[in-house]
Structures are given as structure tokens and as C-alpha cells.
Design a protein around this ligand. Structure first.
Ligand SMILES: Cc1ncc(COP(=O)(O)O)c(C=O)c1O
Length: 396
């Protein structure tokens, strides 16, 4: 997507080459895995140059690693960000960022449809440190502005959200935040930089769970925060203290995954759109949540700020809990699991996987119905996936 005549980013060329210097050990084509915890100094003068800032280098693995730096540079270029920081998980990126940006007595506003562990962090951990959070319905801009007070420092949202795929009007969120001098953090994991680049809308920080589409192979856990260099630099100090750094082998897997990321994402957008259309027309499906469909309440805004609509489609089946289980067990291609974004399709039943600790009444209050399914589409053939959906729908 190009906005205000800006250069197209997140291209295949960038995905393959960005961040890579090519000057690697033994003339290796691929980025070597610097499997080390510590870095040595040739003499005491080298130590002096390092501590006085005369020489910029790494001294210890918790503060950085050459393989990790290549991955960070590649992520920054794909997102159109000045700087990127990698973490041991998406949640480590979320928690370290919020610890860095909030102090005791301050306040944050968060959309209620955010990832469950992010909301738990606000309710259980930030509260323990005297930081209060107000939850507002995703997409209710009056409630969002009304929740901002003198002590508010941060607005946090996902876009699209999980599992209902609500899409925030980023320009509007930024306008509200600027009027109150509040920073905006968008968890863009479901969109990825291929489909949406929140920094172009004035958002201060983007968070990505690289575990999902960026890694793309269901084989790593990592997270990133991206934005302007000064704010990312401040968060880096907290990462060094809190310790949620990614390991070098994981950084290598991420680099490898990123090389095919735009190819995969384009395909996942395409297949998911076709599946959403199929589901919407099916008599055993009551409602489909996919921002690419005209029936989605945020379709208009999604069309203006997203290049594609992503690889997740959620839907309510026209049945009860037993029928939903027959459907789930009837699917032959996707595995049942909790993640998304990889090459293998994964289907989940949010009520029993992610929200099982809540009572049915509490689940219903936030739209997690017994018959809600979240389908994270992989890169299998569309006709196979649709054929499989069709036979499973016949079983309910
Ligand atoms: C939107 C979103 N943000 C953050 C996370 C956390 O990422 P991770 O599992 O890499 O810690 C997830 C995980 O599912 C997610 O869906």
C-alpha cells in the first residue's frame, strides 16, 4: 500500500535482501548463527574504547547479537520503521514496552478485544504496580476519548483484533491521542507489515508477534517492537534489564522465514478471502467475521488502510456446542491448535482454547460464543481447504 506517495515497502526484494551485509564468516551466503553468549575484547584499551562510547560494539548476549541485528534490520525495513527490537516472544515485546512507557500512578487505555494475555498483563501485573487500565469497546471512539484522563500516557490496540477482526480507524485513533498528548501502540500481528503499516498513520509504536506470519512456519517464538529510534532505544534499555532477548538460532529461523513472508502473506490473503466468501454463502454459517467482506462493520476503513485483509477468518456456525465439535473434528486438513500465521492451517475454538477459564456468561459478554470458530489459513490449496470445509459443515 502506498500512502501520501511514499515508496512501496515490504516487497519480495526487501524480504530477501534487507538488513543483510553479505560480508559473512567464510563467505557464507546465509547469515551465520552467532551462537555465543559473550564477546571478547582484544586488550584493556578495547574495553576502555567500549565503555567510553568511542567504539560501538556488543559485550554480552543479553544486549545484542549479530544474527539478531540482521533480523531486526530486516524487520525495520519491512515495516518502514527507523528501528526494530527483537524479543523472546510477542508477549515479551508487549510487556517490556508497557513497563518502559508507564510508571506508577499513570494510566493506559486499551481496546477490550485485544489478545487475552495482553489484557491479563494490564489487569494482573500493571495494576500490582499502581498502573490502572481502562478497557473500551474496540471501535468506540467516543468511549476511547472519554477514557483518557490527566494521567493517561498510552493507548493500546490491535488491528485487526483477535478473534473478531475488528479494524481500528488508525487516523482517528492517532488524532485523538495527539489531542491529549498520549502515545499510540498498535499490535499489528494479524495485519503484518504486508497488509498494514501503522507507523505511516502516525502511530508511535508497532508490536508484532513474529511467532505468527513473520516467522511463518510454526517453529519459533519471537516478538518485535518497531518505531522511531529514540523511543525504541529507550525500550532497549528495559529489554537489557528484563532480559527477554531472542536467542541467535531463533533469529536465524526468523530471517529465513522473512525471506518468503510477502509471498506467503499474499497467498494467505487470497485463500482466506475465498474461504470467507464461501462461508458467508453457506446455510450452516450464521455470521462471518472478515474485514474483506462488505458485510464486515469495518470494511470501509479496512479497505482504505489495508492492502489485504489477512489470513484469519472467524465465523459463528448455525448450530450448538455439539454441532460445533462435530464440525471441528470433521475437518481433515487444518490441525486444532492455538496459533496462526504459519504454512499449516490451524483451526481453533476460542471458547475452549483461549477463554476456557471464563464462565459461559462472561465469554458471551465479549462475543465468544460456543459456536465461534477461528480459522487461521495456511498455504494449502484453496480448493482443498474449501472442499474440506464443505464436508465438515455437512456433519453439523
Ligand atoms: C495479537 C497477538 N499479539 C501478541 C501475541 C503474543 O505473541 P507470542 O505468542 O509470540 O508471545 C499473540 C499470540 O497469539 C497475538 O495473537
Amino acid at each position: 500500500m502506498k500512502k501520501n506517495g511514499q515508496k512501496e515497502v515490504c516487497s519480495n526484494t526487501q524480504a530477501v535482501h534487507a538488513g543483510e551485509t553479505g560480508a559473512y564468516w567464510g563467505n557464507s551466503l546465509t547469515v551465520p548463527i552467532a551462537q555465543t553468549s559473550t564477546y571478547v575484547f582484544e586488550d584493556s584499551d578495547a574495553v576502555h574504547r567500549f565503555v567510553t562510547g568511542e567504539e560501538v560494539r556488543i559485550d554480552y548476549g543479553r544486549y545484542g547479537n549479530p544474527t539478531q541485528h540482521v533480523a531486526e534490520q530486516k524487520l525495520a525495513e519491512l515495516e518502514g520503521a527507523e528501528a526494530a527490537l527483537l524479543f523472546a516472544s510477542g508477549m515479551s515485546a508487549v510487556t517490556t514496552t508497557l513497563f518502559a512507557m508507564l510508571s506508577t500512578g499513570q494510566h493506559a487505555v486499551i481496546m477490550d478485544d485485544c489478545y487475552r494475555k495482553t489484557t491479563q498483563f494490564c489487569k494482573m501485573v500493571l495494576r500490582k504496580f499502581g498502573i490502572e487500565t481502562t478497557f473500551v469497546p474496540a471501535g468506540d471512539y467516543e468511549a476511547l476519548e472519554g477514557a483518557i484522563g490527566e494521567k493517561t500516557r498510552v493507548l493500546i490496540s490491535e488491528s485487526p483484533t483477535n478473534p473478531h477482526l475488528n479494524v481500528m480507524d488508525l487516523e482517528r485513533v492517532v488524532e485523538i491521542a495527539r489531542a491529549h498528548r498520549v502515545k499510540v501502540i498498535i499490535d499489528s500481528t494479524f495485519a503484518t507489515p504486508f497488509n498494514q503499516r501503522p507507523l505511516e498513520f502516525g502511530v508511535d509504536l508497532v508490536i508484532q508477534s513474529c511467532t505468527k506470519y513473520l516467522g511463518g512456519h510454526n517453529d519459533l517464538i519471537a516478538g518485535a517492537v518497531l518505531g522511531a529510534a529514540p523511543i525504541v532505544g529507550a525500550i532497549k534499555d528495559y529489554r537489557g534489564i528484563l532480559g527477554g532477548v531472542v536467542d541467535p538460532h531463533c533469529a536465524y529461523l526468523l530471517i529465513r522465514g522473512l525471506k518468503t513472508f510477502p509471498l506467503r502473506m499474499a497467498r494467505q490473503n487470497e485463500i482466506t478471502f475465498a474461504m470467507a466468501q464461501f462461508l458467508e454463502a453457506h446455510p450452516r454459517v450464521r455470521r462471518v467475521y472478515y474485514p474483506g467482506l462488505e458485510s464486515h462493520p469495518h470494511h470501509r476503513i479496512a479497505k482504505t488502510q489495508m492492502r489485504g485483509f489477512g489470513g484469519v477468518v472467524s465465523f459463528d456456525l448455525d448450530t450448538d456446542l455439539e454441532g460445533t465439535m462435530r464440525f471441528l473434528d470433521g475437518l481433515q486438513i487444518p490441525v486444532i491448535g492455538a496459533s496462526l500465521g504459519g504454512v499449516e492451517s490451524i483451526v481453533s475454538h476460542p471458547a475452549s482454547i483461549s477463554y476456557y477459564e471464563l464462565s459461559r456468561e462472561d465469554r458471551l459478554e465479549i462475543g465468544i460464543k460456543d459456536e465461534l470458530i477461528r480459522y487461521a489459513v495456511g498455504i494449502e490449496d484453496a480448493e482443498d481447504l474449501i472442499g474440506d470445509l464443505s464436508q465438515a459443515l455437512d456433519r453439523i
